[in-house]
Design a protein around this ligand. Structure first.
Ligand code: DAT
Ligand code: MG
Length: 139
């Protein structure tokens, strides 16, 4: 059975360009409830740890630089079938491949700067949410 929570980050490019309000509106309209949310900035160590699965990839250095260059909005979201439905809402990793109307199609500049993160499994949603939030910050 699929879980009811996922984790997201509105990435530095989305915050820089002033897209936070519009993206949160789209997330709320899709039926997600906010369980936890904050504006924060990842340190180098945070980004290297969060994206450790990609550390051998050629884009890892750029990814860490991008994710640490300014504030992000981190959030835990709740809805039935949360992980899969949120991945559908954000669209493909590369905005060129993302479906019309998805958050990445609307707001992402490139595969490297793609506006938003969504967990890829229930297990990672739990790990990633706990990486950013203490229990008392979840409602
Ligand atoms: P997703 O964020 O859709 O889960 P991923 O987990 O494969 O995608 O990669 C994590 C992030 O790394 C992605 O959002 C942007 C960056 N990235 C992935 N593939 C890339 C590539 N080929 N070139 C540059 N950045 C890339
Ligand atoms: Mg991923």
């Amino acid at each position: 059975m699929s879980g009811i929570r996922t984790f997201t980050m509105l990435k530095p490019d989305a915050v820089e360009k002033g897209h936070v309000g519009a993206i949160l509106e789209q997330i709320a309209s899709a039926g997600f409830r906010i369980v936890a949310m904050k504006l924060t900035q990842m340190t180098q160590t945070d980004a290297e740890t969060f994206y450790a699965v990609h550390k051998e990839r050629p884009f890892f250095g750029e990814l860490v630089e991008y994710m640490t260059r300014g504030p992000i909005v981190a959030a835990i979201l709740e809805k039935e079938n949360a992980v899969e439905d949120f991945r559908t809402l954000i669209g493909a990793t590369n905005p060129e491949d993302a479906a019309e109307g998805t958050i990445r199609k609307l707001y992402a500049a490139s595969i490297g700067e793609n506006a938003v993160h969504g967990s890829d499994s229930d297990e990672n949603a739990q790990i990633e949410g706990a990486f950013h939030f203490a229990g008392r910050e979840m409602f």
